[in-house]
Design a protein. Sequence first.
Length: 502
Amino acid sequence: MADTTREIERKFESRDSGLPDLTNVGGIATVVDQGVTELDAVYYDTPDLRLAASSVTLRRRTGGSTPGWHLKLPVGPDTRDEIGTPLTDEPPAELLRLIRSRTLGARVVPVVRLRSVRDVRELRDAEGRLLAEASADAVHAERLVDGHGEAQWTEIEVELAEGVDPELLDLVEKRFRRAGVRPSDVPSKLARALTETDPDGDGPAPRRRKPVTAGDHVLAYLRAQRDRLVALDPAVRRDLPDSVHDLRVATRRLRSALRAYRALLDREAVAPLAAELQWLTRELGVDRDQEVLDERLAAALDALPGHLRTGPARERLTLWSGTRRGASRPRVAAALDSRRYLELLTALDAFLADPPLRKAAARKPGKPLAKALDKEFRRLSRRIERALALEPGPERDTALHEARKKAKRTRYAAEAAAPALGKAARRLSRDAKSLQRPLGEHQDSVMSRQALRTLAEDAAAAGEPAFSWGVLYGREERTAALTEAELPARWAEVARRARPKG
C-alpha cells in the first residue's frame, strides 16, 4: 500500500558540510542535532531519461528513516508529492502505473546511484514544534547508463514540516544568502548527477525559442496542453479532486486547437489525432458528467425544505449515484491502462516532435490566427442563432448543447492565439466563456431532469414516494427556462463586439 506525503523543500549549494545558524529565523528557536545517517539510492528511468525530462524521480532507497521505493511528482515550485511503498527487488506496479503517461510503457532501468552522508538538524519553535528539517548532504553520484561517470558535491536541503507556512523557506534563504549559501540551480540530486556525469558533456537541453510564426504559437499551445495531460494522468489514477475534469479540459484544448488551426497543419495528420482525442474525452466524460450530476442533485436535495422531502430520498440518491459511479470509474481506469491510450500519447509526441506544418504556418501570426478565429466565431454564431430560433423542447436542448461545445472550442482557440493577438483574442476568449456558463447551466438542467425522472421511476417501483423528485424536476424546468430567456440578450451583447483582427 502506497503512502503519500506533500514535500515542500528547497535545495542550496554548499562548498562544505557546514549549516549556517538559523536560530531566530521565522520563529526558529532551537536547532536540534539528529546525527548522521547514510543513504543509498538507485534511481530508475527509461533509457532515454523521460522521467528526468519532466522532473519526476523514481528511486529505491535504503538507509535513513524511510527506506523503500519513492516516486516524486512535481506539484509546484519547491513542492512535490512523494509516494512511497515498501522495499522490493523490482519497481512496484502501482508506481509504474503512475508514470505510464511519461514512460509510454517503456521499461525503467537503473540510471544513477547516489550514496549520501546526511547530517540532519531539526528546526523547532519556542514550544518545541517541528518547523522544518535541515540536512547537509555529502553526495557521491555514479552513472549507470550511457557509459560511466562519477561526481561528488555537498548540498543543503531544508524541508518544511506539515502545515508550516512556505514563507519560512524564503526567510531561510535570506539567512543563507548572507552566509554565502545560494539556492541550487538544479531541481534535484538526480538532475545534478545526470548533468555532472554526462559523458558527452552537453549539459541541459536548450530551451525552446520564443514563438515567432503562426505555427510557433499554435505548437507552443499544443505542447503546453500535452504536458498538462501527461502531468494530470497520475492525479486521475490517484483519484484526486477535479483531476478527471482537468484532464478532460486539457484533452479538449488539444483537440480544439488542432481543429481550429487546420489551415496551418496537415489535415491528414490532424484528423486521426483529433479523433483519438475525442475518444479520450468521451471516456473521461462518463465519470466527470456523473460527478457533476451527483453534486448538483445532492445540493438540490439538501436545499429542499423538510416538508417537501418525502420518503428515503437521500438513501435513494446515494444508492443511485454509487451504482453509476461504480461503473464510470473503472471505465476511466480502463481507458488510461489501454494500449489505445498509449498509442495516442505516442502519436501526439511524434506529431509535436516533427509537426506537419503547412505553408501558412511560416507566416507572421497576425493574419493566419485572426482568420482562424474569425471562422470559429462565425461557426459559433450559426450554432447559437439556430438554437435560439427553435421552440423549447428536446431539439432545442440538443442544439444548445452543440452551441456550448462550439463556445468551448472558440474559447480554447482564442487562448492559443492570445500571446500573438493580444486584446482581441483575450476578449473573444472571455466572450466565449461568458456564453459557456448559461449554456452549461442549461445542459446540466437537461441531464438533471433525465436523472430525476429515473429516480422517480425507481422510487415508485420500490414503493417509495416520488413527490420530492417531482418537485426537483419542476425546479430544474424553471432553471432551464430562465437560462433560455437570458441567452438572447447575452448573445446579442457578444455579437455586437468586433471580431478579432490581425
